[in-house]
Write a protein that binds this ligand. Structure first.
Ligand SMILES: Cc1cc2nc3c(=O)[nH]c(=O)nc-3n(C[C@H](O)[C@H](O)[C@H](O)COP(=O)(O)OP(=O)(O)OC[C@H]3O[C@@H](n4cnc5c(N)ncnc54)[C@H](O)[C@@H]3O)c2cc1C
Length: 416
């Protein structure tokens, strides 16, 4: 199947509409009918949202990239919660005019049977999980842990339906949703779908940055410059890894399938990785993303912040760009200037590449002064990669200078 921007919306609409059509309650009308439809609608949104968090490279290609899938995953999850919250309210509203006391018993957690309790538990897990998902201040590990509660709402929702006595074909949808969840947990989080590699070389191009070469033990991943992989580090001669999968952009892809990544110490795990040694066992998933795969014939401006230089380095190491490129590389201080000597050599080697390095010196970079003027930006593709705050600020400046949204491409080093 060829990737198209419509594949993801069509699949999502199908996943929601088919069970809804099947579940449509011909036997019940009014609030009761609405309550039943809202329940199935909510579960349909959960199902579609779960499909959008699967980390399978081919699926990600069809659906337009992992970042796009995660954006849909978030929106669908929020709507699932809205529909599922409205589900018991609509069922209670059905009794309100004739039997207000019974209407309250439909809602009150104190007056539930097993099915009601399971439904409430699923809703509470959704509530806690979504609360964490929307809270930008939580640490990543706390966010991840709370996000796991969202996953718990899937089997609880299924148990709610079984306890209600629903045994017909409609149950296939929650069962499939549970299957998708297990698939994601086992293949991606546990890593059953990851390929074994070993760290074969380590270099330290700047303060708090290591560049690692990962050699495949058997089959390597299919990758092109500009993409990222998910990597978990395990044990080595002395090193003990943190065993979690983290995304890192490729800085080089060798013909023998060896991959290189640059890792900056940005948190606990990445700081620990700075002391890594050759021989450490690694597992790799991917590759993902389509950064850099834009129209090759237009001149481009590339803006890199810190370790955001990674995809541009991979593109330049792979081949001379087919178009004129201005690479603006921002870093905090000379000690953070990773790969500068190599980039200067590549710029000399590839005609059409001009390199501009900018030392931010602690403060936020003055993007108004750094980015080219409006007339220079006309007809250029702009590729941005780096910390989320830098990318957002650069997008703002570029748009204010008349660069169309379709000509601004970015990779944020964050995907909650
Ligand atoms: C598409 C993409 C490409 C990236 N490429 C690079 C790269 O080439 N080099 C590099 O040094 N860094 C890269 N990063 C950032 C890198 O993944 C994080 O710095 C690293 O995961 C931090 O982990 P930690 O445990 O050390 O820090 P923590 O303190 O746990 O996290 C720091 C921040 O990193 C992010 N993060 C942490 N764990 C994950 C995870 N499993 N998945 C997604 N985000 C996470 C969160 O935003 C978190 O707030 C990339 C991130 C993304 C999303």
């Amino acid at each position: 199947m060829k990737p198209s921007r419509w594949t993801l919306p069509v699949v999502v609409v199908g996943l929601i509409a088919v069970p809804l059509w099947w579940a449509w309650p011909g036997f019940a009308v009014g609030w009761r009918g609405a309550g039943i439809v809202l329940g199935w609608l909510g579960y349909g949104f959960i199902f579609a949202s779960l499909v959008c968090m699967m980390r399978e490279p081919r699926l990600a290609r069809w659906f337009g990239g992992l970042e796009r899938m995660y954006a849909w995953h978030h929106v669908l999850g929020v709507w699932a919660y809205v529909f599922l919250l409205a589900h018991p309210l609509a069922l209670a509203a059905d009794w309100l005019p004739d039997a207000p006391d019974y209407a309250w018993s439909v809602l009150s957690p104190a007056r539930q049977d097993l099915a009601g309790w399971l439904g409430w538990a699923a809703l509470l897990c959704l509530m806690a999980g979504l609360g964490s998902a929307l809270s930008a201040r939580l640490s990543y590990s706390a966010w991840r842990w709370l996000h796991g509660l969202l996953a718990l709402s899937v089997p609880l929702g299924l148990a709610h339906l079984v306890a209600l006595g629903i045994t017909d074909w409609l149950l296939w949808m929650p069962v499939l949703a549970l299957g998708v969840l297990l698939w994601r947990v086992l293949r991606s989080d546990v890593g059953l779908g990851a390929l074994p590699h070993v760290v074969s070389a380590v270099s330290r191009p700047a303060r708090d940055i290591v560049e690692l070469t990962l050699k495949p033990m058997a089959r390597g991943v299919r990758a092109r410059p500009g993409q990222f992989i998910l990597v978990a580090f395990f044990e080595g001669p002395r090193f003990r890894g943190c065993h979690e999968y983290h995304p890192f952009t490729l800085t080089h892809i060798a013909p023998d399938g060896s991959l290189r990544i640059g890792i900056k110490a940005l948190g606990d795990c990445t700081r620990h990785i700075q002391s890594i040694e050759p021989g450490v066992a690694v597992r790799v998933q991917g590759a993902f993303g389509d950064f850099g795969a834009v129209e090759a014939d237009k001149p481009a401006v590339w803006l890199a912040g810190g370790i955001g230089i990674a995809p541009f380095l991979a593109l330049l190491r792979a081949s001379p760009p087919a178009r004129p490129v201005t690479l603006i590389y921002l870093y905090q201080s000379p000690a953070d200037a990773a790969f500068v000597a190599e980039l200067e050599a590549l710029a000399r080697q590839h005609t059409g590449v001009s390199l501009q390095t900018v030392v931010a010196d602690g403060g936020p970079p003055d993007l108004d002064a750094i980015l080219p003027a409006s007339e220079v930006l006309v007809g250029r593709e702009c590729l941005l990669c780096g910390p989320p705050a830098l990318v957002s600020a650069a997008v703002h400046v570029l748009q204010s200078r008349g660069v169309p949204v379709g000509c601004i491409h970015y990779e944020r080093f964050d995907f909650r």
